[in-house]
Design a protein around this ligand. Structure first.
Ligand code: DI6
Ligand code: FE
Length: 396
């Protein structure tokens, strides 16, 4: 297949913009991309799809979601509007734990069925690769159930799903006051079982006063390393727990949230090449006031990714362009940084070297947009000017 008359944002060097571009696709790969005038003669006779000057980008990548869960938390949303804080609700057994109760009660089929409409919203917003975390089961069986449901999404939709083990998301009531026992008996055991079943692409944890300390998480990250699995961490979302430094010390793919990230944490991430995943949906929903240190991350050369954090509590948002808009308006990313954040840098946050840019040999996941400049994707609020999507070389 040959795309012609594209305004191509390759994302290879900033936007890497090429006007009047062509893209040659062979099978599920990009074979060639460049100015139409330079198109090799051998490719000129391919069946062509005229983009009519539209913007073409890599398919967007949502590198941080909790898209598999049961129930909703609209009632808590209302409680917060009546004055309760996220931490108060969590400590009173609501918050993450109310979703845990609902998720434990749901079957694997029911979890899959309720996730698909959310996945469809992400796809409609331009996503071609979606990461999904466990973390609302918190028993061995329920964590496995969530990961199996996440894996099955890709049997029903053309997206790539990366599944992340997040048993260390919260301490369940049956282990109240015994985070260490929970890590030993449930988190580690469920990680081994899930890995044995081929359900785990990465290991994540929530490092926070209402969740786990770095000391408690150390055995989990050691086990991930022993199993050859990459790690990532919810770090410095509500307080500074030195999570980013801990994650970087374990060679983490990413540290995520980072509102309370310290200069030491930034330096450690820069040294380790750990991606900063920025999640403005949670900041917005929780009405946080502490901004992540974007200028300092930029100056230190830490790559920044942007994701939805799609989850029922702190970020019930299923649109990547909206996450990009919020990253720009709330956090002052440039639209170029925001688009790098949902393409090239998001791929890196997932350890995927085969996507996120438009270049020969990479996967032919592309978005064709009713737009003529890439800044348009961040500029509009809640709009999704997606015209056509291409998953692995196929127009969908
Ligand atoms: N931080 C978050 O923002 C989500 N998980 C986490 O560790 C919130 C999850 C929830 O409230 O259900
Ligand atoms: Fe999260």
């Amino acid at each position: 297949m040959l795309l012609t008359h594209a305004t191509l944002a390759t994302m290879t060097d900033g936007y890497g913009l090429i006007p009047e571009a062509a893209v040659v696709i062979e099978g599920d790969r990009i074979a060639w991309a460049g100015p139409m005038a330079d198109l090799p003669a051998t490719h000129r006779s391919l069946p062509d799809h005229d983009c009519g000057g539209r913007l073409v980008t890599p398919g967007l990548i949502d590198c941080h979601t909790h898209a598999v869960f049961a129930g909703h938390r609209a009632v808590e949303f209302e409680l917060r509007l009546k004055g309760a804080s996220y931490e108060e609700i969590a400590r009173a057994g609501g918050g993450i734990l109310s979703t845990v109760t609902a998720t434990r009660a749901a079957s694997e089929d029911a979890l899959l069925a309720s996730a698909l409409p959310r996945i469809d919203q992400l796809i409609a917003s331009g996503a071609t690769t979606i990461e999904v975390k466990s973390g609302y089961g918190l028993t061995i069986g329920d964590e496995l159930k969530m990961l199996r449901a996440a894996r099955r999404i890709a049997q029903h939709r053309p997206v790539t799903v990366r599944s992340t083990h997040l048993a260390a998301h919260a301490v369940p009531p049956e282990f109240k006051g015994d985070a260490t026992g929970y890590i030993k008996n449930i988190a580690l055991a469920s990680l081994r079982a899930a890995h044995a079943e081929g359900l785990v692409d990465a290991v994540d944890a929530f490092c926070e006063t209402i969740a786990f300390t770095t000391d408690q998480l150390d055995p989990l990250f050691a086990e991930a390393r022993a199993l050859g699995l990459p790690v990532k961490l919810h770090a410095e979302q509500l307080t500074d727990q030195d999570g980013a430094t801990f994650a970087a010390g374990h060679g983490a793919l990413s540290a995520d949230h980072l509102e309370y990230l310290s200069p030491e944490g930034i330096a450690a991430m820069a040294k380790a090449g750990t991606v900063a995943v920025i999640l403005p949906g949670a900041f917005y929903t929780l009405r946080e006031s502490q901004l992540p240190p974007i200028a300092a991350l930029r100056q230190a050369g830490v790559p920044m990714a942007v994701a939805t954090d799609l989850n029922p509590g702190s970020s019930p948002m299923a649109s990547l362009p909206l996450a990009m808009n919020m990253a720009c308006t709330l956090f002052r990313l440039t639209p170029e940084e925001a688009l790098l954040g949902t393409t090239a840098h998001a791929a890196r946050a997932l350890g995927l070297a085969d996507r996120g840019r438009v270049a020969p040999g990479l996967r032919a996941d592309l978005g064709i947009w009713d737009a003529d400049h890439p800044a348009e994707l961040s500029y509009r609020i809640g709009a999704t000017p997606l015209n056509t999507r291409i998953f692995g070389g196929r127009i969908d």
